[in-house]
Design a protein around this ligand. Structure first.
Ligand code: BEZ
Length: 403
């Protein structure tokens, strides 16, 4: 049920008529203020992000870059000031429903921006579908959010789990690696990312020789590394992110595997983590919708501004936060700040063409980014652009029916 519609206001016919009459009187006799819609009250943006735990840096960068975009636009969306509310979701699915309800029911935000972890995201999707609250996903790749569970009020500024992984299979076969083992955290994102990779790898003629699963967010990798050394695949394909990616890449190198069995992965394996991974990451090839040296004018300005404010280079998570704000800004301009005008708001957001630090971004019918996927290589602390692995890749949006 629509929760906004579900709030019962009991109004009898007599009290309604009496109320209407006195409102009419007031309107005639004074400058009775219109309810705060368009230009009045501040827009309330609710961030539901991990501010603690293994994905804390990812959440912080999304938040910082979203605010940066809004500040660059004079601190306003559709002419209205912006107020922020934060909820730390700790990348913890068991707390996700309560946390989302805090923003929607308690804080009554106008829009939810969140989150990072796919498992948490799917609980948020359920509430967004029921409440019809506008939600922009600034990272989590949960495929279903813009496939079978798509909805007019759900947009994503990041990727589906399939998107950055599907092109990697061909990249590895083109690099001469015909057999591979996969290794990832066992939760929905890891499973979907490996499925995307396997599809591309099989299509390119590669053969999978083993799959290893690590409980999330565990970072004890030794026994898995021993199994890889025993099996000797031509290459390994792995997904970890944040603190887990730092530890894994270092452990892989320390186990002496890096030279004999090249390590590949979606770009989350090395994005935002290179300063901590150091030499251990050198030469790792990954696929992602961002690289550190795309060197377009928007990216140059964004990187300089982000670095100036936060004293660190931005990463893909920051780009996704920045573009979440860009997407909302486009919609809010179209409706001149009237966020309740959902039909024209969503129409404008769906039609958005964002000149992003990552390159051009448009949106598929299921409201997910259509974007280039780049092959990158870690060189001297940067995820250096190698080539476009797949141009303007759209998720298939399988099963999406917008109702
Ligand atoms: C996810 O859970 O969808 C996810 C988390 C971190 C990086 C990429 C994907």
């Amino acid at each position: 049920m629509n929760a906004e519609a579900g709030h019962k206001h009991v109004v009898t016919r007599r009290s309604a008529l009496k109320g209407a009459a006195s409102l009419a009187t007031l309107a005639l006799t004074s400058n009775f203020p219109r309810p705060a819609v368009a230009q009045g009250a501040a827009i309330k943006v609710g961030f539901m992000l991990p501010y603690t735990g293994t994905y804390a840096v990812l959440g912080k960068n999304i938040d910082n870059a979203f605010r940066l975009y809004v500040e660059e636009k004079g601190g306003k969306l559709g002419g209205r000031a912006v107020e922020y509310v934060q909820v730390d979701d700790q990348a913890e699915p068991s707390k996700a429903t309560d946390n989302m309800n805090k923003l929607v029911e308690r804080d009554k935000v106008d829009v939810v921006v969140g989150t990072v972890h796919s498992g948490v995201q799917m609980a948020m999707v359920k509430i967004a579908r029921e409440s019809r609250k506008l939600m922009i996903i600034p990272n989590a790749g949960a495929d279903a959010a813009t496939r079978s569970a798509c909805a007019p009020n759900i947009f994503r500024s990041s990727f589906t789990n399939w998107q950055p992984n599907f092109p990697a299979g061909k990249v590895m076969v083109d690099d001469g690696h015909k057999t591979a083992m996969t290794l990832t955290w066992k939760y929905s994102s890891g499973e979907e990312q490996m499925a995307g990779f396997k599809e591309g790898f099989a299509k390119a003629g590669g053969q999978l020789v083993g799959e290893l699963w690590v409980p999330f967010p565990q970072v004890e990798f030794q026994s898995y590394l021993t199994q890889i050394a025993d099996k000797k695949p031509a290459a390994v394909y792995a997904f970890f992110a944040g603190g887990g990616a730092v530890k894994f890449v270092k452990d892989y190198a320390a186990a002496g595997l890096k030279q004999s069995i090249p390590l590949y992965g979606p770009g989350f394996l090395t994005d935002g983590t290179l300063p901590a991974q150091g030499e251990a990451a050198e030469g790792i090839r990954t696929t992602l919708h961002y690289a550190d040296d795309l060197d377009n004018p928007v990216d140059r300005r964004f990187r300089a501004e982000f670095r100036k404010r936060h004293n660190v280079d931005p990463d893909v998570y920051a780009v996704q936060g920045y573009d979440a704000a860009a997407l909302l800004w486009i919609g809010m301009e179209a409706v001149k700040g009237d966020i309740k005008a959902t039909d024209p708001l969503y129409k404008a957001m769906r039609a958005a063409k964002i000149d992003s630090p990552r390159g051009p971004v448009t949106f598929s019918p299921s409201q997910n980014p259509v974007q280039n996927i780049y092959l990158r290589e870690a060189r001297k602390g940067k995820n250096a652009f190698v080539r476009i692995a797949h141009q303007a890749l759209a998720d298939p949006g399988t099963g999406c029916r917008m109702v």
